[in-house]
Design a protein around this ligand. Structure first.
Ligand code: ATP
Ligand code: MG
Length: 491
């Protein structure tokens, strides 16, 4: 990595566990030492937070009996003070106003209430157990609550974690207030917009450019790294960083099977970027599966395929850095549906936007276990809102996917980049084809490959999340053999 990639900062708390119970097995994936912070305590009631991250200072703000623990960041101040002030004025409704990438815990000693909140898209996963006798435990990682499995009651605004009965994941865009036994109230702070606007095409492009610029402006820092593929999504982000900050550092990863070095270098050269290429083996990418599942706590095989190459690439970026990606633009823009021209793009986008919650694609854990903070401008609240609500005709237009995004950034990028068809990270790195080949070589029929990947992902999830096993203890070869053997193999 070049020297230009040093000197960045990550939010103070990148993982947390908060509990009224004295349990000692805190398993958080963030890299640095754990700190214990007292959020509230009196003779009968206490709430201690264990926070982990690369900053020694926990992101806690206090005022009288009110304490806020912020995992992540909000625009402008970036810290928990802004949350505290807003909460003091508005109570839980504060979270309808706050944009950012965060999970928050607010403790009010006066009425012994605990409020937990996710950002609009739940980009920092948050889990809660409210026991039948009134104890509360909250954690960014479900695995940190494994010992309380079976003790939690159902809660509004949450969903049970697979295999972990009683451990509930707080839904995206939700604020949940808990008090004594039986008192729980959930509020939605963001919902996926259902309406669509047919804006004049070039005005739509201008609007997209403006919201992306605003998101990059609050998320970018000096010395941060942009992970660049040479596709339109990450190229637009890199170009925005370059135009706002005068320089940009980019890194591209390729494997022995496939790479996007050429398209990425074209963009990097055009932007005068400090550019690095990382070469690795596709086998080392697939080997990330246990750690990726442990970090995302999601058994979704497609998501894992997208995240495997990123997880591998993040290993090459020094701890303490911020990483900016172009991840996720395809979901509100329907960019990955190129082979489904027969179906209404609008319907596909509605389907995708109704199923993102819980996939944990944007979880900061993927970077935070390495001491990195990741940000994803396309899932900033304002950007997402603008992209989702544009009419589908502005997204697939003149035979092009993501037309409005391409149009928005065409003056900052080479024409070849603007016109380049989408290539998913799992395709460009050879991850999908390699994993498929591994299974085919073991006798899995082509028709069963996708289902087998799903079974493997779930088997890994059961071990590293439900059973709390260290990901390093999972031998992926053995596990694959077991799963494949358990499956009917067709000739
Ligand atoms: P497009 O969707 O048009 O291909 P893209 O490549 O930027 O654009 P994705 O393919 O969805 O977007 O990939 C998601 C993100 O992952 C990218 O925006 C980029 O930040 C990162 N990424 C993908 N491939 C690579 C790569 N080979 N090296 C570094 N980062 C990558
Ligand atoms: Mg791509």
């Amino acid at each position: 990595m070049s020297a230009a990639m040093t000197g960045t900062s990550v939010p103070a708390a990148v993982a947390c566990r908060v509990s009224t119970l004295d349990t000692d097995d805190v398993a958080l994936s963030a890299q640095a030492a754990h700190d214990t912070v007292q959020l509230a305590r009196d003779a009968r009631w206490h709430l201690d937070a264990t926070v982990a991250g690369s900053s020694p200072r926990a992101a806690v703000a206090r005022d009288g009996g009110l304490a806020v623990l912020l995992v992540g960041e909000v625009p402008d101040t970036g810290g928990p003070d802004a949350v505290l002030h807003l909460f003091r004025d508005l109570g839980p409704c504060a979270f309808s106003q706050l944009s950012g990438r965060f999970a928050a815990v607010v403790v009010d000693s006066a009425d012994r209430s605990v409020t937990v909140a996710t950002d609009h898209a739940g980009t920092v996963p948050l889990h809660v157990v409210h026991t039948w006798d009134g104890h509360i435990a909250v954690a960014t990682e479900a695995k940190a609550l494994v010992r309380l499995r079976g003790r939690g009651r159902p809660l509004p605004g949450t969903q049970e974690m697979p295999g972990l009965g009683g451990v509930r994941r707080v839904r995206a865009g939700t604020c949940l207030s808990l008090a004594g036994p039986g008192q729980a109230r959930a509020r939605r702070t963001w919902v996926v917009p259902a309406h669509r606007e047919l804006v004049e095409p070039h005005l739509a492009a201008e609007q997209v450019r403006a919201v992306v610029e605003e998101a990059v402006a609050w998320q970018a820092r000096d010395g941060m790294t942009t992970v660049l593929s040479g596709g339109i999504d990450s190229s637009a982000v890199a170009a925005t960083v370059r135009s706002q900050r005068g320089s940009v550092s980019t890194v591209t990863m390729g494997t022995d099977r496939s790479d996007e070095f050429g398209p990425a270098a074209l963009v990097a050269e055009h932007l005068g970027a400090h550019h690095t290429e990382v070469s690795t083996t596709v086998a080392s990418v697939l080997a990330e599966l246990p750690i990726v599942v442990a970090l995302t706590e999601s058994a979704d095989p497609s998501v894992n395929e997208y995240l495997l190459p990123l997880a591998r690439l993040y290993r090459e970026i020094p701890a303490g850095h911020r990483v900016m990606t172009g991840y996720g633009a395809d979901i509100p823009l329907g960019g990955m549906h190129r082979g489904r021209a027969d179906l209404a793009l609008e319907e596909l986008i509605v389907e995708d936007m109704s199923s993102f919650d819980g996939l944990n694609e944007l979880s900061p854990n993927l970077g935070s276990h390495l001491g990195l903070w990741t940000s994803h401008p396309y899932w900033d609240r304002a950007v997402l809102g603008r992209l989702v609500t544009l009419a589908a005709g502005l997204k697939r237009r003149h035979g092009r996917d993501k037309w409005v995004l391409r149009e928005a950034f065409r003056d900052l990028l080479p024409e070849q980049t603007v016109l380049r068809p989408k290539l998913g990270i799992h395709e460009g790195s050879g991850t999908t084809s390699h994993w498929s080949e591994v299974l085919l070589e073991r006798g899995v029929s082509p028709a069963d490959v996708t289902a087998t990947k799903a079974r493997i992902s779930r088997a890994v999830y059961d071990r590293v999340v439900v059973d709390g096993e260290a990901p390093g203890a999972v031998d992926l070869d053995d596990l694959t053999s077991t799963v494949v053997a358990a499956e009917p193999v067709r000739a």
